[in-house]
Structure formats: C-alpha cells, structure tokens
Design a protein around this ligand. Structure first.
Ligand SMILES: [Zn+2]
Length: 253
C-alpha cells in the first residue's frame, strides 16, 4: 500500500483564528491537502481540497466565506491536477473519505463519479442543518453524492487495519481522522482539522473556528496518545510541516 500526499489548494487566514492571542493583523498561509491511498482493493482519497473554480472567482463558489479564507493558489492547483500527474483518472477513485464537510476538504467530491463517499453521520447532519455561507459548508460540494456511506462508529475500511477511520469531534461534530498503517513508514494519522496546525497539538490552544472546545480538547488528547505510541501526525494546514512531507509521486509506503 502506498500513500501519496497531493496539493489541493492554498489559503490565507488570520493567525488569530487559530491562535487567539496573535495580533489581529497577522496572517498565515495554509496549504490544503488530499491523500491518495492506493490499497490492493481500492483507490481511496482522504479529503478532496478546494474546487477548481475557486482561484478565479472565490466569491462565486464560496460567497462571503472567501473573506475569512482567502484562496491564494494559482489556477490548476487542485487534487485533479495531482492525480493526473500520477496517471490516475477521476474514474479510478473508488472511495472518498471526508475528514469533515467544510469546503476546503470536499470541494472536488463531485468529480469522482464512481466513488462511494464516507463521512461521519453527525457531520452530514451538521452540514445539512447549516445555513448561510459563513459556516464553511457549501451544499454544492456534497449534496449530489448518491453513494453516501455515513459512519457512526470507528471504521476499519478494508478489515485489515491499513486504514482506520476514527471519530475526532471538536472542530466540527463529525470530524474524523484516518490512521494509515504503512509497511516502511509505519503509522501516519491524517488528522484533518482536529490538528490544523502542529502548534494546536503542542499547546492545546483552541482555535476560534471550533464547534465544541471540550470535545476538541478530548480529541487532541487522543491524538497525542497516538503520537506517543509512535504515529506520525499529519496536520491538515501546517505550512512548515507541509514543506517537509513527501508529495506527489514521492510516496509513503
Ligand atoms: Zn480545513
């Protein structure tokens, strides 16, 4: 089994959203990522990043959300480009897992016609209940998925422990993380926005864009436990860590 990390957009946001004590004028850049997991049984995408139309006209796709998350990627910086570079067509994707349903994690879902979509049942409920474009949920990203597999407990996707989905609520009600078990690289946790920045994990400082602080504190404790048992934690939007990770054809195996 191999895991390819793929670029799926880039955002600029106020640092104080993640670290509330930071100066209100300070901004940070956040990479957006997708992970392609090539298992003998299936090709799985964990998160699909931002929609390809976002760089040209952010407000058309995102409405006023584009004011808090400023897209700074160039045209073509999306998961479809990364897959094409590996010789993978959208038709080749069998399963899409969404860590949660905010638009920077499921923006390309609609491009995978053969995929079954997995999200947590609480996340599907939250996304459907959300109103207005400031909530992070954009219905066009996920509403057309006909093959939806809404999970409500831990899921060992292939029954062999290679990809296990864990409920890590806090950022949103139905956030999930993916524990990937690789032969040479060992265990790697795709943490989603439970750990947007490594600093959140290190300090326990709760970002402002959190649904439930107590739940996130508990989920961060669980992630720390996994880290101390040897798992590598992959933050979803940490620019410094992203620089150090293998990307594209250079896979983890
Ligand atoms: Zn995110």
């Amino acid at each position: 089994m191999r895991m390819h990390l793929l670029a799926a957009g880039r955002l600029r946001m106020r640092k104080s959203i993640f670290l509330p004590d930071a100066d209100r004028t300070e901004t940070i850049e956040l990479p957006v990522m997708s992970a392609l997991i090539r298992h003998g049984q299936a090709n799985v995408l964990f998160d699909t990043g931002c929609h390809p139309a976002v760089p040209e006209d952010p407000a058309a796709r995102w409405g006023s959300l584009a004011k808090i998350m400023t897209p700074i990627m160039s045209a073509g910086d999306n998961v479809l480009t990364g897959l094409a570079a590996l010789g993978i067509q959208p038709d080749d994707i069998d399963v899409v897992v969404n860590s949660h349903l905010h638009t920077d994690h499921c923006g390309c879902n609609a491009f995978f016609p053969n995929a079954t979509f997995i999200a947590h049942a609480l996340e599907v409920e939250a996304a459907r209940a959300a109103t207005g474009d400031m909530t992070g949920y954009i219905a066009a990203d996920w509403e057309s998925a006909d093959k939806l597999d809404a999970i409500s407990s831990e899921r060992d996707l292939f029954g062999d422990g290679r990809l296990v989905l864990i409920h890590t609520p806090g950022h949103t009600p139905g956030s999930i993380a993916g524990m990937v078990e690789l032969e040479r690289s060992g265990r790697m946790l795709l943490a989603g926005d439970t750990v947007s920045l490594q600093e959140t994990l290190a300090t326990g400082i709760i970002p402002r864009n959190t649904w439930n602080a107590d739940a996130l504190t508990r989920s961060l404790a669980e992630v720390r436990r996994l880290a101390s048992s040897g798992a590598t934690i992959i933050a979803s939007h940490d620019a410094a860590q992203w620089e150090t990770l293998r990307k594209g054809a250079e896979a983890y195996d």
